[in-house]
Design a protein. Structure first.
Length: 214
C-alpha cells in the first residue's frame, strides 16, 4: 500500500477508535458521569436511543471508508525527487493492466487523459523549472496527456484539483510540450511515475514516456 493511502487509513482508524471508545463508555456508564451540572435538563431515553443509533451509523460509515480505501482498484501513490534544486512531486492513482489493451484501447489515442485514474494527476514543483526547454513557474498543476502512437502531448494545467479530465479546460493550460514515448521490455502491471535527476517518466504496460526537466 502506498504512503499517502496509509496516512488516510490511519487517520480514519484513529477517529473510528475514538468514536468506539466514547460509545463503550456511554453504554457502560450512561450520560450521568459526563454531566456535573445539576440544573441541566437530562435527555430522554428516546433521545439516548437516537444517539446510540447515530453513533453506530457513524461507525459503519467509517468502517466502509476504511474498507474502500484498502480495496481501491487504483490506489493512490506519489513520486517525489529533486531536480536542479527543485522538489518535484507527482500525485496520482495507479491503475493496473489486468490483461487489457491499454494504449489505443483503455486509453484512447488523441484524447485528453488524466494520466492515471480517479482524481486528475497533479504535478508540483517548488521552484521554476524548464520542461523540454520551456519555462514552467513554481506551483501545483493538473497533469494531463494526449497520448499518440508516435508522439505525446504533455499538459500542465493551472487547475490542480479536479476529477478525471471531464472538466479539463484548455484555456487554463500553463504549458504544453511534445515528447516521444519509448517502448520497453519490462512489463509494468501498474502505472507509476519516476522522478530521476533530469526527468519525470510515466511507466505503464510496456511503455515509458519521459519528460525532460532542468
Amino acid at each position: 500500500m502506498h504512503s499517502s493511502e496509509n496516512c488516510f487509513i490511519y487517520f480514519i482508524k484513529i477517529h473510528l477508535l475514538a468514536v468506539y471508545l466514547v460509545f463503550i463508555l456511554f453504554l457502560e456508564h450512561g450520560y450521568r458521569p459526563f454531566l456535573n451540572i445539576s440544573h441541566l435538563k437530562l435527555p430522554t431515553m428516546k433521545t439516548l436511543e437516537n444517539c446510540k443509533k447515530a453513533v453506530l451509523t457513524l461507525i459503519g460509515v467509517l468502517v466502509a471508508i476504511v474498507i474502500y480505501a484498502q480495496d481501491r482498484p487504483s490506489p493512490a501513490a506519489n513520486a517525489t525527487g529533486e531536480i536542479n534544486g527543485a522538489t518535484i512531486t507527482v500525485n496520482y492513482s495507479s491503475p493496473a493492466v489486468k490483461d487489457r489493451v491499454i494504449w489505443g484501447g483503455l486509453v484512447p489515442y488523441d484524447k485528453v487523459w488524466r494520466a492515471g485514474a480517479n482524481e486528475a494527476t497533479t504535478f508540483e514543483t517548488s521552484k521554476a523549472i524548464k520542461v523540454e526547454g520551456k519555462d514552467l513557474p513554481a506551483g501545483k498543476y493538473g497533469f494531463f496527456t494526449i497520448p499518440g502512437q508516435g508522439e505525446w502531448t504533455i499538459i500542465f494545467n493551472t487547475v490542480s484539483d479536479q476529477w478525471g479530465s471531464s472538466s479539463y479546460d484548455q484555456s487554463k493550460d500553463a504549458l504544453r510540450v511534445n515528447v516521444k514515448p519509448v517502448k520497453i521490455d519490462q512489463m509494468n502491471e501498474r502505472l507509476s511515475y519516476v522522478v530521476s535527476d533530469n526527468s519525470v517518466a510515466l511507466r505503464w504496460e510496456k511503455l515509458e514516456v519521459p519528460v525532460s526537466i532542468k
